[in-house]
Design a protein around this ligand. Structure first.
Ligand SMILES: CC(C)CC(=O)SCCNC(=O)CCNC(=O)[C@H](O)C(C)(C)COP(=O)(O)OP(=O)(O)OC[C@H]1O[C@@H](n2cnc3c(N)ncnc32)[C@H](O)[C@@H]1OP(=O)(O)O
Ligand SMILES: Nc1ncnc2c1ncn2[C@@H]1O[C@H](COP(=O)(O)OP(=O)(O)OP(=O)(O)O)[C@@H](O)[C@H]1O
Ligand SMILES: O=C(O)CCC(=O)C(=O)O
Ligand SMILES: [Fe+2]
Ligand SMILES: [Mg+2]
Length: 333
């Protein structure tokens, strides 16, 4: 571990203990929901989250904030996505993904052919999502004041073509990330329309962020699986699940170890969501060689070297050049 990383680890431990001491001495005006002193591990001391919200994230690994992004902004992001699909604009570094069920069919320049775009950090309008002040205020509760936008996606989950390929297998996002510490990473995921169980809303396994990073690989699905859609290998179908049905503009923040996925889109519409993974600017890169992440690292490396026609792009580099500072300082990322 680097010195900076070690400092951050110690510092966050210190702050957490400090927070616990403060919480152990409630004032008369506070409503005390938990009267015992406890240590916060997953969130930082801040004045935004209510004690209940903070406790909820600590226990469940996610926090849903209703109506966080305005209708007007969501509509602008939808418009920007449409322009990209129609090839009216081209964005450097953007990855356009088609569902595996139609990947080999003829190309039509329409959003119906696009199941997701990734890495829109060079599109000023879409990237504005990652800089929205009301989102960053929440993100800071988990990352602290130095904030990097590491990974951007707009997911346009297509009506299922009949092979259930529109599903996203249950996974932990940390599988894709060669940076730590894990608790200073958070995803924000905003519904761009009403998302329901019918059109394949997010499905989460509450509390699974208390566990460790699990082995991931391609699920054995008869109808095929999208490239890089790894799932938790020994997925326990009996773990309690929560379907996060959300309205347009509602935003969920979740921990990178939280097991989540999304079901089949059983409607005729394209279910849209926009998301960004943030990490503290004080995070540090790790070498994933010899770990469970080696399989995804090799896939990413292979695709990156093919796309950029370059000799040796490390897994860490592939993240370092996509990451953008959105608040504070880029200390070690
Ligand atoms: C936390 C977060 C990171 C979690 C996640 O995001 S999990 C999912 C991560 N997924 C990804 O990052 C996928 C990224 N996707 C891509 O890089 C691209 O879509 C590619 C799979 C490389 C394909 O892009 P591109 O090469 O431009 O497309 P082409 O039409 O030329 O196809 C090249 C070969 O790829 C195949 N392909 C295209 N789309 C998919 C697909 N969805 N699933 C599986 N295979 C696919 C396509 O059939 C073609 O194969 P061949 O003809 O070479 O055999
Ligand atoms: N074998 C599996 N391995 C990993 N993930 C799976 C597996 N089977 C299903 N899933 C995932 O579990 C989640 C729920 O799947 P499912 O298709 O049942 O959706 P659902 O929203 O529960 O729909 P329904 O209302 O029909 O039950 C999805 O994220 C799906 O991709
Ligand atoms: O929007 C979805 O269906 C989930 C996407 C997701 O979890 C991911 O890409 O990591
Ligand atoms: Fe995910
Ligand atoms: Mg089901």
């Amino acid at each position: 571990m680097s010195q900076a990383a070690e400092r951050l680890r110690l510092l966050s431990g210190h702050l957490d203990r400090h927070a616990a001491v403060l919480r152990a001495a409630p004032t008369s005006t506070q409503t005390v929901t938990h009267s015992y002193p406890h240590r916060f591990r997953y969130s930082l001391d801040n004045s935004l989250l209510t004690p209940e919200q903070r406790q909820f994230y600590e226990e469940n690994g996610f926090l849903l904030i209703k109506n966080l992004v305005t209708e007007d902004d969501v509509n602008k992001f939808r418009k920007a996505f449409e322009r990209i699909c129609l090839k009216e604009v081209s964005v450097p570094g953007l990855v356009v993904m088609r569902d595996v069920a139609i990947a080999k069919s003829e190309f039509v320049p329409d959003q119906k052919a696009v199941s997701k775009i990734q890495d829109f950090q060079e599109d000023p309008e879409l990237f504005r999502y990652c800089t929205l002040p009301q989102i960053l205020k929440y993100v800071e509760c988990f990352t602290g004041p130095n904030i990097m936008a590491m990974h951007t996606m707009l997911i346009n989950k297509p009506p299922d073509a009949g092979k259930k390929t529109s599903r996203h297998p249950m996974h932990q996002d940390l599988h894709y990330f060669p940076f730590r510490p894990v608790d200073r990473i958070v995803c924000s995921w905003t519904a761009m329309e009403k998302v329901t169980r019918q059109n394949g809303c997010l499905v989460v396994l509450p509390g699974t962020h208390h566990g460790t990073l699990l082995v991931h690989d391609y699920p054995e699905w008869e109808g095929g699986v999208n490239k890089m859609y790894h799932g938790v290998r020994d997925y326990d179908p009996n773990h309690p699940r929560v379907h996060l049905e959300m309205e347009k503009g509602d935003t969920v923040f979740f921990h990178p170890l939280l097991i989540h996925g999304s079901g089949m889109n059983q409607t005729e519409g394209f279910r849209k969501a926009i998301s960004c993974h943030y990490a503290s600017g004080d995070c540090y890169y790790i070498d994933v060689k010899g770990t469970t992440q080696e399989n995804i690292a090799n896939e990413v490396k292979e695709i990156a070297e093919r796309r950029f026609d370059a000799g040796d792009i490390s897994f860490q580099d592939s993240w370092a050049f996509r990451g953008r500072l959105v608040q504070g300082e880029r200390v070690s990322m």
